[in-house]
Design a protein around this ligand. Structure first.
Ligand SMILES: Nc1ncnc2c1ncn2[C@@H]1O[C@H](COP(=O)(O)OP(=O)(O)OP(=O)(O)O)[C@@H](O)[C@H]1O
Ligand SMILES: [Mg+2]
Length: 254
C-alpha cells in the first residue's frame, strides 16, 4: 500500500517555561492511501493536536510530517497552501470561516482558489450543498445558521474540491442521529468509491468502528493502533439500511 502521510517523532509542546505542556510525545505513524482511520481518546489526550499536525495546519515542536514521502516542513508557504487546497478537505468546527458570507460563497471558496471556471464552480458547490441538505440556505449568511447547519456547510466545503484526504474532527458531533448518519454515509462513500483517505477524530465508538483502523491516543501517545478490516463502507451501508428500516417502522407505528 502507498503511504500518503508519515509522521516521525512528532512532538508538540504548547506554552513556555512553567506553562509548558507536552500535548504529543514522539508519535510515529503511517497512513496509507484509501484507509479510513479513527483517532479516539479522552478529552485533552491530543487528538486534535495530532490531526492539526498531520493536516499541516500547525507545526510540530519536534519531528517531521511527510506527505507522499516529502518533508512538509520544506514546503514553501505557497506550495503548502496549494497542497492543502487541492488535496485536503477539512471538517473542523473552529475552522468555520467567513460568517458574513453566504453559505454558497463559503462552499465556492476552495473552487475559486483552485481557479475553476464560474459555471463549474457553481454546479459543484450546489451539488455539495444538496448532499448535505442545505440547498434552501444557499443565500443565507453563514452566521445565521444553527450549529449543525454550520457543520454541514463545513462538510460541503470539505468535499467540494474532490480531496484525496479528508480530516474530520468530530464530524457528527453536533448533528442529530439521522443527519449524522447521512454525513457518515457521505464520508464512507467517498472512501469506498473514490478512494478518499479518511482521518476522523471522534468520541463516537460507533463511528470509530466503521473505520478500517482505530488509533487510540492517551496523554499525547498512541496506546493502540488496530487495523480492524478493510470493508468499512459495507458496514456503514448495512447500518444505514437498518436505521432506515427502524425509522420506517417507527413511522408506520405512529
Ligand atoms: N494552544 C494551546 N496552548 C496550550 N495548551 C493547549 C493548546 N491547545 C491544546 N492544548 C492542550 O493540549 C492538550 C491536547 O489538546 P487537544 O485539543 O489535542 O485534545 P483533544 O484530544 O482533541 O481533546 P477533545 O476531545 O476535548 O477535543 C490539552 O491538554 C489542551 O489543553
Ligand atoms: Mg479535540
Amino acid at each position: 500500500m502507498e503511504k500518503i502521510i508519515e509522521a516521525k517523532n512528532l512532538t508538540k509542546i504548547y506554552g513556555k517555561k512553567s506553562n509548558k505542556f507536552t500535548a504529543l510525545k514522539d508519535i510515529d505513524l503511517s497512513i496509507y492511501k484509501g484507509e479510513s482511520v479513527a483517532i479516539v481518546g479522552k478529552s485533552g489526550s491530543g487528538k486534535s493536536t495530532l490531526m492539526h499536525l498531520l493536516a499541516l495546519l500547525d507545526k510540530p515542536t519536534k519531528g517531521t510530517v511527510y506527505i507522499d514521502g516529502n518533508d512538509a516542513s520544506k514546503l514553501k508557504n505557497r506550495d503548502l497552501n496549494k497542497l492543502r487546497n487541492e488535496r485536503f478537505g477539512f471538517v473542523f468546527q473552529q475552522f468555520f470561516m467567513n460568517s458574513n458570507d453566504t453559505v454558497l460563497e463559503n462552499v465556492l471558496l476552495p473552487l475559486k482558489i483552485a481557479k475553476k471556471g464560474r459555471k463549474e464552480r457553481n454546479r459543484l458547490a450546489k451539488d455539495a450543498l444538496k448532499v448535505v441538505d442545505l440547498e434552501a440556505k444557499e443565500e443565507n449568511k453563514a452566521i445565521n445558521l444553527s450549529g449543525g447547519q454550520k457543520q454541514r456547510v463545513c462538510i460541503a466545503r470539505a468535499v467540494v474540491n474532490d480531496p484525496q484526504i479528508i480530516f474530520a474532527d468530530e464530524p457528527t458531533g453536533n448533528l442529530d442521529s439521522a443527519t449524522g448518519d447521512k454525513i457518515t454515509d457521505l464520508l464512507f462513500d467517498l472512501n469506498k468509491n473514490k478512494g478518499v483517505t479518511l482521518i476522523i477524530v471522534t468520541h463516537d465508538e460507533d463511528l470509530a468502528k466503521l473505520c478500517g483502523r482505530i488509533i487510540r491516543v492517551s496523554d499525547g501517545q498512541i496506546i493502540s493502533d488496530q487495523t480492524v478490516r478493510k470493508d468499512s463502507h459495507q458496514k456503514a451501508s448495512e447500518r444505514l439500511e437498518k436505521e432506515a428500516a427502524r425509522v420506517k417502522k417507527a413511522n408506520r407505528e405512529k
